[in-house]
Design a protein around this ligand. Sequence first.
Ligand code: GLT
Ligand code: MN
Ligand code: MN
Length: 365
Amino acid sequence: MSDRYTPRPEHKFSFGLWTVGNRGRDPFGDAVRDPLPPVDAVALLAEVGAWGVNLHDNDLVPIGASLFERDRIVKEFIGACLRHGIVVPMATVNLFYDPVFRDGAFTSNDARVRAYALEKTMRAMDLGAELGAGIFVLWGGREGTETDACRRPDEAIKRLREGVNALCRYSIDRKYGFRFALEAKPNEPRGDIYMATTGAYLGFIPTLDHPEMVGVNPEVAHEHMAGLNVLHAVAQAWEAGKLFHVDLNDQVPGRYDQDFRFGSANVKSAFWLVKFLEDVGYDGPRHFDAHAYRTEDYDGVRDFARGCMRTYLILRERARQWNADAEIQALVAESGQRGRQGLGYERLDQLTMELLLGVRGEDAS
Ligand code: GLT
Ligand code: MN
Ligand code: MN
């Protein structure tokens, strides 16, 4: 078999420590997989052919670790990355697990919690910079409400703005050169999360002190959860020069937060997304923010990770085929011609489906 679908570093496929290290806990059941030490996660990622590993501060350094302990862990991790040829393109901060954040971090009503959230994020930025990350993701998982009795939502937005402004200043002061990628999600783990969609963040960014340092990190599943078209969100971000990062996974709308293997639930929308990223020449990381089914052991986790990358590469090839398909291209061209009543989209979509389903020969023209 050819190596057309073999992941290579230039594809920039990355996984979070929390993705391959996900132990299969859900609200109804406990962990089914043993903990995966970060250095072993790096080895696993190298084995399956990934390029990068991303992390939250506490995926690597336990929240209560001493400075001495922290330095030892970081050194060991850097050693593993170097040994296995894995880079750290993105870092982020966990502002959702500790009970202190139960009513938000940057948007909390408690000034001490807001100050702690900033402090924790700055330490996570120190860590990210030490590991060589250029992108810092902010996902406000707890920045939200169950009841809007808690605060006026415009106050929350002001606090969020203050927080992001302070982090930009910190990156400038320390000469870290971070680009911040804001990640939206409509709900889970809160009833409603502020900045529910990528579009909301695109409206927020120009109100910041350093808008040029801040972009977005759209996630397939999060847009699907909101019942939206992820391609349209990604395209708007791209067109605005704000597509700093992308989280690839899958999700059936109207279900729980599934974080399925990329392309496993909505093949057609995954196809349009891959086609878009490739057509426009997006050259950032392709990050798979997903995890293996709870039924799997670590061999299943490898299958999951390989599957994400392989599906991406297969869809990339299908996109090239679509672009080179004379009949498809003729229909696309005709649809722009005046004077035709029927636009031919039924035929165009059917040809797309046949191409995806593999019954349209690779040399079809
Ligand atoms: C969490 C969330 C993701 C975010 C991660 C970064 S953590 O898994 O559901 O979408 O990208 O904080
Ligand atoms: Mn998610
Ligand atoms: Mn994500």
